[in-house]
Design a protein around this ligand. Sequence first.
Ligand code: 173
Length: 317
Amino acid sequence: MKTAFLAALLALGATAVNAQEVTLRAVSSFTEKTQFSKNFERFIDKVNADGKGVVQINYIGGPRAMPPFEVGNAVRGKVVDIANVTGAFYTNLMPEADGFKLISKPMSEQRKNGTWEFINQLHNQKLNSYYLARQFHNVPFHIYLNKKPEKLDFTGLKVRVTPVYKDVVEALGGTAITTAPGEVYTALERGVVDGYGWPVLGIFDLGWDKVTKFRLEPAFYSVEVNVLVNLDSWKGLNDRQRKVLSDAALWLEALDSENAPVIAAEKQRQTAANIQPIDFGPAEAKRFLDRANDVAWQSVIKRSPENGAKLRSLAGN
Ligand code: 173
């Protein structure tokens, strides 16, 4: 009797230890091998190396596999298990996501001061997902233009946006036209837009340097590209599987230390490609940055008063 019980117990333990390797399906909202997919792809390679026999990721790909503005919904509905996606692409499901660009503290700090925890709760509730990692807190955005403005103002200009830039473009008199990244080149080529919002990194990836004349200073906000895991998929993992992902997530966030020299090099590359910076000086820059910050917070807080205010206090700006 005792032996039978022990044997059963051992068998149980053995199943737990040898529990089948799990494979998770992943997509990126950015084109494969480009700036904002690259580190996620390194993360996948790391998980697949460290997680042999434990957890693996099957990378389905970028926007060819799934339209970028649908990625948030896909991870919510478990169409995929893991997504590399900016909050700007799922503000329809989570208006608070528009505020993440205003949080520029390093993730090591956000994980200590309650920011990660709060944003994870928002993802649990509104996107049925686990907030595994945030990348690129130290990469800012710019507005790129083909018409040279006389002052820091967008009156008379049509600017391609996502929710990241919409409020500031409109506050400064511009016409905002929302498109996915994949439509930017054609919109510029055909003159449908006079410029576009995009981070300081990545304009060469899709050939936009050929259709870009100016980069407007100053840089503003903070890129956020998140790694989300469907919450049911996350809960279905065992501790060892979760640890492989969590360790790789911290490793991924630490890759942000590579960004400063990459930004410096990319600005030089823009100059070499005849993309001219337009700078109206420090006083105008400050006015622009204050306005950009104000209109963005106002917009988030209007749509989600309580959570928006909490995010702003955590951001400290
Ligand atoms: O411009 C965009 O498409 C956008 O919102 C974004 C956000 C993060 C990284 C790159 C682009």
